[in-house]
Design a protein around this ligand. Structure first.
Ligand SMILES: *Cc1c(COP(=O)(O)O)cnc(C)c1O
Length: 230
């Protein structure tokens, strides 16, 4: 089942790329495995998934030891500063940097391990009260504060678009984030690249790909419904 779902999602990504003349090789599929047991992740792994997204520190720690070592773990959920130390050396990317204080903590913990952690800035494009992330106009000021951190490397932007019935409703959100990333790239901020645009989930990843996503985070579309409401 999971292998078939993965195949379908990959096909949809390729088709979305082709519809706008993009190279499918530019798009990384992050298999969002939160709440799912290790056996299901192993099933996805056996169907060639290597990048997994989780939103809870404890779950990353539990699954990290149970699954193959060549998996790339992406932290995609809100990250509390006191928990950074548990995962900083286990994740290959943190999608959810949304404050100077969190960036400082990641910097400090990464320094202890002498590693450099790739991060994305989470942007609340739609300014939803319920969502984490900085507002569009706060992104550049934040980047200017953290760009000199030697153990942290900003690779791009992430957003969680609103939950909508029709994915077309989120097209302008994705377009705004893409435009912001292009504007930032043009500023050539030291140590900051905008090579990653993490946007699009099960309901809207094809639209996100058409608008320039280089990472899509798909959970339900691969692993099926979760046992709770998002
Ligand atoms: C759960 C989650 C996803 C995946 O959501 P689906 O709708 O199941 O694809 C993507 N991104 C983040 C940040 C999430 O928390």
């Amino acid at each position: 089942m999971i292998a078939e779902n993965l195949k379908q999602v990959r096909t949809n990504i390729i088709q979305a790329c082709e519809s706008v003349g993009r190279d499918p090789g530019e798009v990384t599929l992050v298999a969002v495995s939160k709440t799912k047991p290790a056996a299901l992740l192993q099933e996805a792994y056996d169907a060639d998934a290597r990048v997994f997204g989780e939103n809870k520190v404890q779950e990353i720690m539990d699954k990290y030891d149970k699954l193959p070592g060549d998996i790339q773990w992406h932290m995609i959920g809100h990250l509390q500063r006191n928990k950074v130390k548990y995962i900083v050396d286990k994740v290959s990317m943190i999608h959810s940097v949304d404050s100077l204080r969190l960036a400082e903590t990641i910097e400090q913990e990464a320094a202890k391990h002498q590693i450099c952690v790739p991060v994305l800035i989470e942007v609340n494009v739609a300014e939803e009260e319920s969502k984490f992330g900085v507002r569009m106009e706060e992104v550049i000021p934040l980047l200017l504060q953290i760009c000199d951190f030697p153990h942290l490397e900003v690779r791009g932007l992430m957003t969680i678009a609103p939950f909508v019935e029709n994915p077309e409703s989120n097209r302008t959100i994705f377009r705004q984030l893409k435009k912001l990333s292009v504007d930032i790239a043009a500023k050539n901020i030291n140590n900051v690249t905008m090579s990653v645009l993490s946007m699009g989930m099960t309901g809207d990843y094809e639209v996100a790909v058409q608008e320039g996503a280089t990472m899509v985070r798909v959970g339900t579309g691969i692993f099926g419904e979760r046992e709770y409401l998002r």
